[in-house]
Each structure stands twice: as structure tokens, then as C-alpha cells.
Design a protein around this ligand. Sequence first.
Ligand code: CU1
Ligand code: CU1
Length: 288
Amino acid sequence: MVYTRKNQRDLTSAEKKRFVGAVLELKRSGRYDDYVRTHVKYYVSDGDGGPRFAHMTPSFLPWHRRYLLEFERDLREIAPGVTVPYWDWTKDNTPAAALWQEDFLGGDGRRSDQQVTTGAFAYGRGEWELTEGVDDRPYLRRAFGRPQDPIGLPTKAELERATRDATYDVPPWNSTSRGGFRNKLEGWSTGQGSARWRNHNRVHRWVGGTMLGGSSPGDPVFWLHHAFVDLIWSRWQRAHPKAGYLPARALSPGDSQSGRIATLNDPMPPWDVAPAALLDHSALYRYA
Ligand code: CU1
Ligand code: CU1
């Protein structure tokens, strides 16, 4: 059965409750922290000069598609019918969005220590302790808009600059790739200030706190953010039907990136699955 991922702003209060409840249950079981650990592991090792499968790489999109699918499968085992909602940050771009309310993900962190004190994931509720962080602060942190050096969420026009690019990715297939949809969406650039972070990366910066580093899935908004990134990829595929995943063929042994990235048919660890197997999600889920 093909299931539907909905815009978070369209969820009923019962649907929000079910999603939050399933996430808390996954946390209680210990499985949630396995996801955070996996992300930390790849985030730390991914780098322009070495093997990289999750970030700064063509497989950024299929890797996270698979990662979300596993997480969602676990949630659906706990609460049948639950799906990962998506957050369209070009539209719901203020702290007043439904997303951040008490009945869903809770709001901004407090000024003094960035600690989130509202909603089910507030440390004080006793159900959301961060154990896989890069530091030992156990509480969820956010600092919307980066108050010390303000940054805005990406606009529709900024996102369109990425989606207009009809080439999936370009050499050297890393964070310095100057063209290509993948890096324009992932958002590494050489600009200064806000311009240094685009689209996907900018959203991590805007939420701040826990969302900044390798343990960013410790903030449940991670999944809603990446569901939207996945939706953007899906729309891009539809808009550019002739543009496939690149590199499509194995790189020549003399290529400096050979063996460091997943081309179309190379497996992406930790799974034995290639980008080719993840290009079409229509048999699994759709976006409303
Ligand atoms: Cu990631
Ligand atoms: Cu991300």
C-alpha cells in the first residue's frame, strides 16, 4: 500500500499526537538513538577528500531517502498509519508555525542556554535526553534565526535556483561542486555570512542548537526537514525527466573521486543498496 507523507501544517491534532507518541516510543526503545549514532558516524567521516556517502556527495539525496524510509518503517511498526510529515520552510518560515507549537515539536530554545522548554521533547518532561551529542549537554537545543548573527530561512526564489538546474551533480562531486542540483540543494557554498549556507544547510543553521552538527537527528524536526528535501528531489525528477542520477557510470580508475563516492550502481553503506534502487519512491509513498 502506497502511503502519504503530509505537509505538517495539514496534520490534525490527532495525527500530531500519534507522530509524537511514536517518536517517543522509539526513543524509549533505544532505537531512536541508533539512528542518531548512524548519522554521527557518517557525518564525521564524510569529507571532500575521502569516501563520503551521506553528505557532500551525489548520494546525499538517496542516502537520506533510505535513512528516512528505515526510520518511518520503525515508526509505522509502533503506530500503524503514521508517516513522516514534511516542513515546507519556504512557507512556514516563522517561529509561529504550527510545527513549533506545544502540541507538536515545541518551540525555540531559551536565551540563556538554548534549552527547549516547551512540547514533548523538552528535557524537563523527562522523555527526551540526548545521549549521542557531540557534547555532554543532555537537553534539546534550538536558537531560531541564529540571534548572534541573524540568518533567514531559504526563500522560494533561493530554492528555485537549485531546482532550475537540470543537471543532477557535477565534478568534483563534493561540497565544492559549483553547479548541479544536488549541491545547490544540499547548500555548500563559498559565500560569506548567510550566503555561505544555502537551502538544506541553511535550515540546519536557522534552527540552530542540536540541528547544527552530526547529531542533528536528535532534534525530531530533522525528519520533517529531510522529508521536504526528499520531496524537492522528487519534484525535480518530475520536472527534469531526462536528467538522471550522476555519475551514472563507474569513474575511471585514474579519477581522484574513484572509489570515494557512490555512482548510480554502487552500494551506499551502511546498506547494500545503490542510488539506482532509490530513484523511484512511487511504489512506497507519495507526497500530498
Ligand atoms: Cu544528514
Ligand atoms: Cu540535513
